[in-house]
Design a protein around this ligand. Sequence first.
Ligand code: AMP
Ligand code: GLY
Length: 416
Amino acid sequence: MGDKRVLIVGSGGREHAIGIALAASPEVGSIAFAGGENAGLSAIATSLPADAAETADPADYDLVVVGPEAPLVDGLADRLRAKGLTVFGPSAAAAQLEGSKAFTKRVAERYGIPTARAVICETRDEAMAAIADFGAPVVVKADGLAAGKGVTVAETVDEATAAVTSAFEGAFGSAGHRVVIEEKLTGPEVSLFALCDGETIRPLATARDYKRAYDGDLGPNTGGMGAVSPAPGVSDALVEEAMATIARPAIDGLRAEGAPYNGVLYAGLMLTADGPKLIEFNVRFGDPEAQVILNKLGPRTYSALYATATGTLADADLSLSDGVCVGVVAAAQNYPAGSAKGEPMSGLDAMAAMDVSVMHAGTRSVDGAVHANGGRVLAVVGRGPTAEAARQKVYSALNALDWPGGRWRNDIAAPD
Ligand code: AMP
Ligand code: GLY
């Protein structure tokens, strides 16, 4: 065990995955996290109040890792860097890549990045004119952060009209006072994660996220019900093409404009008949994609994140463990509409002994017992030589979970 002290900002499933990977890194001596409850994370890290990041002292931490997008868009990384802390996570200026879909569309236009044809609309009338011009199907996106709920893929003009109306009526607060209307693309979706130290950008991993609530990609969109890494069917050549045409031009362009990017860049891509196209950028690890990717980065996580934060990424070891990693989310029965509060869960120790990693998202420790405390509650992660081997491990472990209030998809990483 080393002596490095790390502060993680956030307390969800992604942050537990970051914590587990940091705890496995030989440099790390202690971990703290700020901003919420998580029974799994509190077992390996000190739980601090939400304002512990804002008040952090450079003498207390060797590295601060910011998990979620909201504090990044709000400038937390800038404030911490100004105090002298070493931070993994982009500035507010660079985080606009996630904070404003219109910003990203303009970046894509300036640097010739392939993406859906789009119109940025400041008023409802402009949006209605754009919808009339595009015709259905058409995609309506609230400009700002909307907790994953700001996008409507409308099959009819009526559906698109309703989405525009609700955005301008304030359904997403100020995030919906500007909308992007864009053409619907088709093809498999893939997530590409790249690390960027302000100068150097390197691909880290690909993943596929399962966004719909139910088997067969049915039901409402969720934050993600499972993930597999690497994404099936994505070649190294395709990763290189997406780096060359999408990720690198965006990062090089922002640097030239005075907004160097520092952290993980998550590019949501659609593999269309005309090649990979950008759907969106996010400025943080995905959840539950982090759970599978960091499982493969393992003990190299601290050195990789530290190198990213300090401008030395060119020399970092970003090698991933062999095999395929699968993660399945156990959620409350009524997620995404609702959540579970105060339901005791058992079987977790038996699961942890089964060659899987049990990562907590919405859980709470109550008198030594673990209670469900959220919509997405756990992610069970397993690795194997094939996707089938990995998913077998995960689903066998889920059989040992005793939580009547929980449910999960049974087709994560199954052949299509
Ligand atoms: P976003 O929040 O931008 O990731 O959008 C959420 C989801 O909407 C994406 O993961 C896609 O499945 C879908 N989506 C977004 N933009 C488009 C598009 N232009 N064409 C088709 N589907 C889209
Ligand atoms: N799993 C999708 C996301 O983190 O945005």
